[in-house]
Design a binder for this molecule. Structure first.
Ligand SMILES: Cc1ncc(COP(=O)(O)O)c(C=O)c1O
Length: 433
């Protein structure tokens, strides 16, 4: 495949112009518009392993990996086989299938805090269902979320911090009713004192705390020691539910959830991305007594025409079986460390204020020297410099998630040579910023 770089790739440019006429903003998900890095969004025709091909003939090594689902890379033969075999037997029935039972059994076996699980079609649906369930079970209406965590685009979760810690939040999107936003309390991530203060003041009104146990939507931010444990303590003490949103972290650091790995059992876990192997899926699962509050057993309504879709379930089950069998997590972590140390050294030698945050094979190139523990820290990053870095890397044949406040993923399809090439290209890129 040729590898020609065009600063304004003509075919992508034309497609984007056509798209803008018929798709709002030209994209089906906002960040794809390159709004925070500038330039023309690329269009892709194929992917194989860790490589993608654009309509302009540029071959790129992909570190976005569909924002997480592709832990096994593009078009992994085992996943393709599972998908084609399932599709050949019918792509949707709206009737129960044996495979969804097997998949639910597999998830519950690998995640001890999950007695029962309901499959949905996206991460957004999973978190939205989790909140309704928590409200239904507790009879309370307030939700606590953390600044900088993203949990999909349902109304209760598109909320930014209000004027004070104990005031309700404000809508972060037009169209979210102030009343809904008012029921969401937004607290700084990693701030144990703040969460204890909120629970001391109004713990008995809080239905649930929802958190990304490792945050991935303000760039990669690890939880401080004791932060997650403190959430478990305050929620248990006040009769609210703890929801771990593991849409990114589930099956990312081990063949289970992050909660399982650190020994903290939330009441509800939300999954997505990796558990669909690149097809649309989500899951919400947890304690049997909580899950049984869902219809048809309980009074909390939730449903979906394509829930448990046989093709998506086949892709997800194949992915999880590969992860369980091959346990590639040391390999992902080792490649991640080479990437991290290489980027840090290259940035230091170019005199660029920078550090690469890393957990396993998940990373964020932060354009700031000091560590990032919460959203206010992340906002101090030089986003303009990130934009220049993004384009300098694109020019050199590497695709990163197009925003400073996102994560990159190393997949099992990336090799040591791919990581070395990335580090060496970054060394050149840092010098031209
Ligand atoms: C942590 C987290 N939760 C939920 C979601 C929403 O998932 P989806 O985009 O599948 O609706 C995302 C999406 O990026 C996410 O990162």
């Amino acid at each position: 495949m040729p590898n020609t770089f065009h600063p304004t790739p003509p075919n992508s440019h034309l497609l984007f112009q056509r798209a803008e006429r018929v798709i709002p903003g030209g994209v089906n998900s906002p960040v794809r518009a390159f709004g925070s890095v500038g330039g023309t969004p690329i269009y892709v025709t194929e992917g194989n392993g860790c490589r993608i091909m654009t309509v302009d003939g540029q071959k790129l090594i992909d570190f976005c990996c569909s924002w997480g689902p592709l832990i096994l890379g593009h078009a992994n033969p085992e996943i393709v086989d599972a998908i084609t075999t399932a599709a050949a037997s019918g792509s949707s029935f709206g009737i129960n299938t044996p495979r969804e039972v097997e998949f639910a059994e597999l998830l519950c076996e690998l995640i001890p805090s999950m007695d029962k699980v309901r499959l949905v079609s996206s991460g957004t649906e999973a978190t939205m269902t989790a909140l309704r369930l928590a409200r239904g079970v507790t009879g309370r209406s307030k939700i606590v979320k953390f600044d900088g965590c993203y949990h999909g685009h349902s109304d209760s979760l598109l909320v930014a911090a209000g004027s004070g810690l104990l005031t309700g939040g404000i809508s972060s999107s037009a169209g979210v009713s102030p009343n809904v936003a008012d029921d969401t309390i937004v607290v700084p991530y990693n701030d144990e004192a703040a969460i204890r203060e909120v629970f001391a003041a109004c713990g008995d009104t809080i239905a649930a705390v929802i958190v990304e146990p490792v945050a991935g939507n303000m760039g990669l931010v690890e939880p401080l020691v004791d932060f997650l444990q403190s959430l478990r303590e305050v929620t248990s003490a006040s009769g609210s539910l703890l929801i771990f949103d593991e849409v990114i972290t589930g099956f990312r650091f081990g063949p289970t959830t992050y909660g399982t790995l650190i020994g903290i059992g939330p009441d509800i876990t939300c999954l997505g991305k990796t558990i669909g192997g690149g097809l649309p899926i989500g899951a919400v699962g947890g304690r049997a007594d909580v899950m049984d509050a869902l219809a048809p057993l309980g009074a909390v309504y939730q449903a979906g025409t394509l829930s448990g879709n046989p093709v998506a379930v086949a892709a997800g089950m194949a992915t999880i079986k590969v992860l369980k069998r091959d346990r590639p997590y040391d390999q992902l972590g080792e490649l991640g460390e080479i990437l991290q140390s290489g980027l840090n050294a290259a940035a230091a030698s170019a005199g660029v204020p920078f550090h690469c945050a890393l957990k396993g094979g998940v990373f964020t190139p932060f354009f700031r020297s000091a560590p990032v523990a919460r959203l206010d820290d992340a906002k101090q990053c030089d986003t303009e410099m990130f934009g220049k870095f993004f384009h300098a890397m694109l020019e050199r044949g590497f695709y990163l998630s197009p925003s400073q406040f996102e994560v990159g993923f190393v997949s099992t399809a990336h090799t040591r040579a791919d990581i070395d090439a990335f580090v060496s290209a970054a060394g050149e890129a840092f010098k031209v910023l």
